[in-house]
Design a protein around this ligand. Structure first.
Ligand SMILES: Nc1ncnc2c1ncn2[C@@H]1O[C@@H]2COP(=O)(O)O[C@H]2[C@H]1O
Length: 758
């Protein structure tokens, strides 16, 4: 021991009131130099401690603090060292028994000087506290006053002890704040985030704060690994000497050729997928040692493997993580402070105890941190600058890939445990995109639309149809489907169909494209998701094979080609007028022709005047008015009902006069005018007629003979026809009756109005 140390021991061995202020001033620098704690405290506090502390010389293997005891003293080691032992499973109930065995052991040791204390009875060894350091603060800071570890001297040790009063007035505030900072750090550091509170507390107990000065070394390359360091404040510089790595980690060298390793890994994967027998391990080993890193030979290697500054690190960075994560025995880099820095040190024992053993997930997190760091390093460094680190990066990459593959690999059915169900093939909920981006949301929206449409329909379906659920507005296809499925009888279907002048076949009408709304789902409810998808993408091919599928698909898709649906559906528009429809007029023409033919006495070259097809939007169309004036011929006797060879119209022979599907708007305006003049004259009729005449100043018209002011006869005698047919009275009466009948039929079509037949 040095003289100064002896002087220190002499002074503090005296009772406090005998210690002179001058003496204390003399030894104060020694305390400040000796202990980090004293160094960080205010001089007055150090003075107070030195004046009022107690000197305690301890023999080897002496229990200074016992776990679970109540404590009221704090210790600073002046010389010697102590060990920390913790029994992590010790409970209050067990304490009595454990205490008894410990006391027995200590008694035996006192009796038998050669006997070595069995430290296993005090829990596991978690670390050593050297001279200048302190212990025993936790019982004084925490309210329970319980000792959290057992402290046993490893050698004869001189302690400076501080009682509770002195501690409270000198050190408590300082140490309590430091402890609170440690707890805060543990609570806020991601690595400890999911730890249970007890382990967090243990971590806070175990971290040792260090304040380092500029150019102080935190770890030195080649030094044995002693846990990890968390940088709390300041900046450090990391230096690496890659050329040392091969000697430091001879067990890892030569490193594998990464390119070869990657190829082999790919081969193995392929083999595994093809169920081939894996390559023999010996082959892999030979490949592994075949060659060192591709660029680690010759001049290039020498040039690259020089010591260099890897990077700077700052607050919340971890030092030693690479070593613990990759299981290295010595530090692979040197870390030096660039400025005064504060760090927390988690020594190796506590690291093993709290992370490796109790929280291996944190180790995975550390590996992730290391992985990210190495990736960043090699994003700016040449790949062969630090072969060892590049090799570790490859290993971590592979590990991550394997983890991803395992996570993605479907669980085999055979590996299902009891009560487990194979859910791999199930629909994974609405967020799984079945048919492309947006389709799920489309489906949700569509379903809402369909529900709304159904609700509206329910409101408009007349009560009588609730039984069948078929609307009067049902499309012909729907009605036909309903009839074929026996939901309604065919007659009802036909009746609904025939009476449905305003039938809406929106699906068809909108279509030729995609139908977005169904009118009715009389027998199978609203479309399912699949049906809805069919709407989007058309029916699946197998379904179109069946009649029903075809019909429905046609309906849904608006009908692909010509057919029943197309012929009729076009006519069933909103506001459709059956009486003036092309079909009705064609039928009328047919019946007129039939009647004409049935006369048998038709003059050669005569034909039935084709009826005009009014366009819905035709402004000249006579609107149903209050009165209909029907002008009869003044000399009906001479009327030849069936006309002439109409040189001006498109029909030139009786053969051509046969009814055929007419094309709207293709009729001669002249013939239209004729029909108009003879049959109806509404209030606006005359005006309309003149408009029609104005609208059709056609050559065909001008080529006709000039229009007389008199009404045109319904049936004209051909010019060439010299001999007129003379009707008998009976024939005339028959014609008159027929005309009346037609007038009545026309009137009945304009039902709901009052008409005066002239
Ligand atoms: N990991 C640790 N857990 C608990 N106490 C520790 C640990 N490391 C060192 N010690 C010290 O051991 C002392 C035991 O008594 P205290 O609980 O009063 O204070 C404790 C700390 O000062």
């Amino acid at each position: 021991m040095s003289l100064l140390y002896d002087k220190v021991v002499n002074i503090i061995n005296k009772p406090p009131d005998k210690r002179l202020d001058a003496e204390i001033e003399q030894i104060l620098p020694w305390f400040r130099k000796r202990s980090d704690l004293f160094n960080s405290l205010h001089a007055d506090i150090v003075r107070d401690i030195v004046k009022n502390c107690r000197f305690e010389p301890i023999t080897k293997n002496q229990v200074i603090i016992r776990q679970m005891d109540k404590g009221d003293r704090f210790y600073i080691i002046l010389s010697g060292s102590v060990s920390i032992h913790i029994n992590t499973t010790l409970t209050e109930e067990e304490f009595e028994d454990v205490l008894k065995t410990q006391l027995d052991e200590e008694a035996h040791c006192r009796k038998d000087k050669d006997r070595v204390l069995d430290r296993n009875k005090y829990g596991i060894y978690v670390g050593k506290i050297d001279a200048g350091k302190s212990f025993g603060e936790l019982a004084l800071i925490n309210a329970d006053c319980v000792r959290n570890a057992t402290i046993i001297s490893d050698e004869p040790t001189d302690l400076l002890s501080v009682d509770r009063d002195l501690y409270n007035r000198s050190l408590r505030a300082f140490q309590a704040q430091e402890f609170a900072e440690r707890k805060d750090f543990v609570a806020g550091f991601g690595m400890f985030q999911n730890w249970i509170p007890r382990y967090k507390k243990m971590m806070a107990f175990s971290l040792k704060k260090k304040v380092l000065k500029f150019e102080d070394t935190i770890v030195k390359q080649g030094a044995p690994v002693d846990g990890i360091y968390f940088i709390i404040r300041g900046q450090v510089k990391i230096r690496v000497d890659p050329s040392q790595h091969s000697q430091q980690y001879s067990n890892l060298y030569p490193l594998g050729d990464i390119a070869e390793l990657e190829k082999e890994k790919a081969r193995q994967l392929l083999r595994k997928e093809m169920n081939l027998v894996s390559q023999r391990t010996s082959d892999r080993r030979s490949m592994y040692v075949r060659r060192a890193m591709p660029s680690t030979d010759g001049a290039v290697r020498k040039a690259n493997l020089k010591p260099f500054e890897l990077c700077l690190a700052g607050a919340i960075d971890v030092i030693g993580d690479l070593e613990v994560a990759m299981g290295l025995s010595s530090y692979s880099q040197t870390v030096v402070c660039m400025e005064e820095s504060t760090i927390y040190h988690l020594d190796q024992r506590n690291y093993d105890r709290l992370i490796e053993k109790r929280n291996p997930a944190a180790l995975e997190l550390l590996r992730d941190i290391v992985h990210t760091k190495l990736t960043l390093h090699f994003s700016r460094l040449p790949e062969d600058s630090i072969p060892l680190y590049r090799f570790f990066l490859y290993q971590l990459d592979e590990k991550e890939k394997d983890a991803r593959r395992t996570a993605m690999a479907p669980r085999s059915k055979t590996s299902l445990g009891h009560g487990e169900a194979n859910i791999d093939n199930l629909q994974k909920g609405p967020l799984v995109n079945m048919y492309g981006p947006g389709s799920v949301f489309y489906l949700i929206r569509k379903r809402a639309k369909e529900m709304e449409a159904r609700r509206k329909r329910r409101n408009i379906i007349p009560a009588a149809n609730f039984r069948t659920g078929i609307s009067h507005k049902a499309s012909p296809v729907t009605m036909a489907l309903a009839a074929t499925r026996g939901i309604i009888d065919t007659a009802t279907a036909a009746a609904v169909y025939n009476n449905n002048h305003a039938a809406t076949n929106q699906a068809h009408e909108r279509g030729r494209g995609v139908s977005h709304e169904h009118e009715d789902y009389p027998d199978h409810g609203p479309p399912s998701t699949t049906e809805s998808m069919m709407n989007l993408y058309g029916p699946p091919p197998h379904e179109t094979g069946s009649d029903q599928g075809l019909d429905e698909a046609d309906f849904i898709n608006g009908g692909g080609g010509a057919g029943w649906g197309e012929d009729y559906d076009d006519e069933f528009e909103e506001g459709y007028d059956w009486a003036s429809s092309d079909l009705a007029l064609s039928q009328l023409e047919a019946r007129m022709s039939q009647w004409h033919d049935s006369l048998g006495t038709t003059i050669k070259g005569t034909c039935v005047v084709p009826l005009h097809r009014y366009q819905v939007e035709d402004e000249n169309r006579p609107k149903p008015g209050n009165k209909v004036y029907v002008k009869l011929r003044s000399k009906p006797k001479n009327v030849s009902f069936f006309a002439f060879q109409n040189t001006h119209d498109e029909f030139s022979s009786s053969d051509e006069a046969a009814p055929k599907p007419s094309v709207q708007g293709s009729r001669s305006p002249i013939s239209s005018m004729r029909q108009l003049e003879i049959i109806t004259d509404t209030e606006k009729g005359n005006e309309a007629m003149s408009e029609v005449a104005d609208r059709y100043p056609l050559e065909s018209r001008s080529s006709q003979r000039p229009r007389s002011t008199k009404s045109e006869p319904l049936v004209h005698e051909p010019h060439k026809q010299r001999k007129r047919k003379q009707y008998t009275k009976e024939e005339y009466l028959a014609l008159k009756a027929e005309l009346r009948r037609r007038q009545k039929a026309w009137i009945s079509m304009l039902s709901g109005r009052s008409y005066t037949i002239m």
